[in-house]
Design a protein around this ligand. Structure first.
Ligand SMILES: Cc1cc2nc3c(=O)[nH]c(=O)nc-3n(C[C@H](O)[C@H](O)[C@H](O)COP(=O)(O)OP(=O)(O)OC[C@H]3O[C@@H](n4cnc5c(N)ncnc54)[C@H](O)[C@@H]3O)c2cc1C
Length: 403
């Protein structure tokens, strides 16, 4: 077995690891830096982000965009220097042109995620950063001088070690659980759960709505308390609700006893809705026509059915009590969430290495000198909209500057 000494080893060639290796190599041009990556190529996940467009940052990212114990303190310190402007300016120096949409989400100008990966890979190769792929690191040994990493072919001694192994959310369906790695270093972690994922709900009416989208205000309710409310597009799927606003509620829906309540007319007061629907019942002949021009036909039918009204019924046979029940469904359509631990459909992992394990100014471990933990491996997750990559890149830049 070959033995090698390097200045720094980065475990994980994703967004955080690639960025960290680049900054470290720029700061230490004469030192050997190596990335150890489990997959056959680095940066594979970047290619699927933002539906292949890579929403790499959000210009409005701030403490409110992130979750996890003490995430606010960490973001406050990190964004003093490594805020969205700094990350995007740095990408500009790597050759990446970007554009920002009306919501503040940033994409490469090419609208191709590959542009983001290409500039990172190009800079890696300019700086002669070595990349060893197909290498799944499961154990690390602390030595007097640094860290020993053993792969089937290699014993690698690194003065500095960066863990950028991501979370458990794995779009490709592989087991991406880096907890063993953390345990081997004695790092304490919080419980992992999927975030930014569709939410499974119980409803007999969803089948007919598969693929249909609607603008709504969605609230996550637990023990009769509103936990969070989001506005945006909701997509109905067979057995699940999805869409950006549902994604943002999903991190809270993993416990039992949760419901999602949809208000399909959030810009109308309840009285306005009632007036509108009563008028529509007066104007139309059959119940199936009532929602014409208002909602997708199938949404109208599902609402009627969930109130026990047949779309073929005549409007004049419907009582005021039934119309009021329909109005309540329109403004407060309730779906009981099913508990799910499905990391395959999640974009992000909530939970991870406790933030108290690291120095927020450098990302260095408080327990082990020369060890850095960055990106999604940490107990911090962002909302949907470029916040997670922003954190991955910013934490990579910060750690890379302090290695
Ligand atoms: C489908 C999808 C779409 C997304 N879209 C967006 C978006 O548009 N905007 C946004 O901000 N966020 C998005 N995200 C989230 C974002 O991709 C992640 O938060 C971000 O990639 C995290 O970066 P990371 O470097 O910490 O981890 P990762 O990108 O997961 O990288 C970790 C790397 O480490 C490797 N690895 C893991 N364990 C080991 C090991 N033991 N040994 C060696 N290598 C290992 C992995 O193979 C991987 O390459 C999306 C996620 C998904 C799944």
């Amino acid at each position: 077995m070959k033995k090698r000494n390097v200045y720094a080893a980065v475990i994980g060639g994703g967004a955080a690891g690639l960025m960290c290796a680049i900054r470290a190599a720029e700061n230490h041009p004469d030192q050997a830096i190596v990335i150890l990556e489990k997959a056959d190529r680095v940066g594979k996940k970047i290619l699927v982000t933002g539906n292949g467009r890579c929403n790499l940052s959000h210009i409005g990212a701030n403490t409110n965009s992130y979750h996890g114990d003490a995430s606010g303190d960490l973001i406050n310190i990190l964004f003093k220097k490594y805020n969205p402007d700094a990350v995007l300016s740095y990408f500009r120096t790597l050759g990446l042109l970007t554009h920002t949409d009306s919501e503040g989400r940033v994409y490469p100008l090419s609208n191709q995620a590959s542009s983001v990966l290409d500039v990172l890979r190009m800079r890696n190769s300019q700086l002669h950063i070595e990349t060893i792929c197909n290498t799944d690191i499961s154990r690390i040994q602390k030595t007097a001088e640094g860290y020993e990493i053993v792969t089937p072919e290699l014993r690698l001694f690194a003065k500095k070690l960066v863990i950028a192994a991501g979370g458990k959310a794995d779009y490709a369906g592989r087991n991406s659980d880096s907890r063993e790695l953390m345990r081997s270093l004695g790092l304490s972690m919080t419980k992992l759960s999927p975030s930014l994922s569709p939410v499974k709900v119980k409803s007999e009416h969803l089948k007919s709505l598969k693929g249909i989208r609607a603008s709504a205000e969605a609230s996550l309710i637990r023990d009769k308390r509103i936990i969070k409310t989001e506005r945006g597009e909701v997509q109905f799927n067979d057995g699940a609700l999805s869409g950006i606003c549902i994604f943002d509620l999903s991190r809270y829906a993993n416990r039992g006893g949760c419901e999602i309540h949809l208000n399909l007319l959030p810009d109308f007061s309840y009285e306005q809705v009632e007036r509108e629907i009563i008028n529509r019942f007066k104007r139309n002949a059959s119940c199936g026509e009532v929602f014409t021009g208002m909602f997708h036909k199938n949404i109208g039918s599902a609402l009627l059915k969930s109130c026990g009204i047949k779309p073929s019924s005549s409007c004049k046979d419907i009582s005021l009590k039934e119309i009021k029940s329909l109005c309540r469904h329109i403004t407060d359509w309730r779906f009981v969430c099913e508990e799910t631990r499905d990391f395959k459909k999640a974009q992000v992992t909530a939970g991870g290495v406790k933030l108290s394990e690291i120095d927020p100014h450098t990302f260095e471990s408080n327990r082990h000198r020369g060890l850095y933990i960055i990106g999604e491996t940490l107990d911090i997750d962002g909302d949907c909209g470029g916040y997670n990559l922003q954190f991955a890149f910013a934490s990579g830049m910060c750690a890379g500057d302090h290695l």
